[in-house]
Design a binder for this molecule. Sequence first.
Ligand code: GDP
Length: 459
Amino acid sequence: MSTTSSTSQETIVALATSPGANGAIAVIRLSGPDALLICNKVFKGKDLLKQESHTIHFGTIRDGEQIIDEVLVSLFIAPNSYTKENVVEISTHNSKYIIERVLSLLIRHGARAAKAGEFTLRAFLNGGLDLSQAEAVADLIASNSASSHQIAMQQMRGGFSNQLKQLREDLVHFASLIELELDFSEEDVEFANRDQLRVLIMKIHQVIAKLIRSFEQGNVLKNGVPVVIAGKPNVGKSTLLNALLNEERAIVSDIAGTTRDTIEDEINIHGVTFRFIDTAGIRHTEDVVEAIGVERTMAKMKQARLIIYLFDPTQDAIADVKQQIQEVEALNIPFVTIINKSDLLSEEQRASFAELSPIYISAKQQLGIEELKDELLNQVNLGNINTDDVIVTNIRHLEALQLTKQGLEKVLDGIDNPITSDFLAMDIRQALYHLGEITGTVTTDDLLENIFSKFCIGK
Ligand code: GDP
């Protein structure tokens, strides 16, 4: 499919609500020049062509004389709609049979079944959204925590694009001044003050670098903080995971080393998602199956942004604990030291571990779990995300930003080791090109196809 060839001459139709969901109502959406006309052919009630935009009408959908459903029809007349085209939303009763009948009826009367993401693609092509906003629509729909929702909402409302748009305009201004110099090349004039240009490029460079840095934070917020629960076999890792998840998901057993495979799961603490990776524990072992587990544990620990390291004070002497801590420290990843099985701990034993400033918990009796959760939030330091900050969460944006940054560095280099105006102009245009890729000022069919094919049909 060539994405951009979905000419807006065609009127498209799809189920906008989730297929197979249990709700009372389903919404079927039409978009395109003939949306009202097509709906009017099967709708009995008021003449839709004579109604105002943003009005709702009760009536029936009929196939010939047969009534298929009683519906509500909402009208959005171009350009005042999501796609900027005529849009009709038909709310039917949520029956698979009714939905199929209504869809095929509308198709029979001239609509075409929409492709994945085609409504949002049209919104983009018609200027209703820029590309990063369109992508945020997908993120918003997929968001499952307060923080991922906030980021997507912020991006959809244009936070990201606004910031880039201004920078881009300033840079375009300079590029055109430099290009003007080319017309006067005989006279050796400088319309674009090089010092001012350097200041502007450095300013843009700073903003871009900040956006690039925000990616790590953004990624964590969007996908969750990867946390590894580690420690020797039988220290209570599975029990802790269960306590945190409040469900019996990992296999708990008295036999050392039974949690052989890795299990991933998530919890949400004050809007931040933590992705737990339960592990087989670090233990030097000859057992082959177990060895795979140990290798995986090391690999997982390296992927983690935070490690919860568990000790069993009834098994481990302080010297052993200290040695394990050293091993974990070598990974250079933040970690929390946890003394588990505190229910079995005497005051004296407790005192012997005090110098490690651990958190004491009992995974089995669910003691100290809230304290641990607070510490997790503390460690990732994301508790108070400033939602006004623009955060990059999209790998495509990150790549474009990195290329823009490289481009800007080339321009700076060209100012400092003077190159001719035509080369400088070319370098600036190159940086602009990558900047434009983010918001969709510059697009290719491949890029659009790639983005919109990831949407579901009806979005
Ligand atoms: P893993 O190998 O580290 O995953 O350890 P498990 O979670 O399978 O626990 C090993 C054993 O320790 C099980 O018998 C658990 O019931 C027990 N256990 C775990 N946490 C606690 C705790 O806080 N207190 C006590 N008394 N026993 C615990």
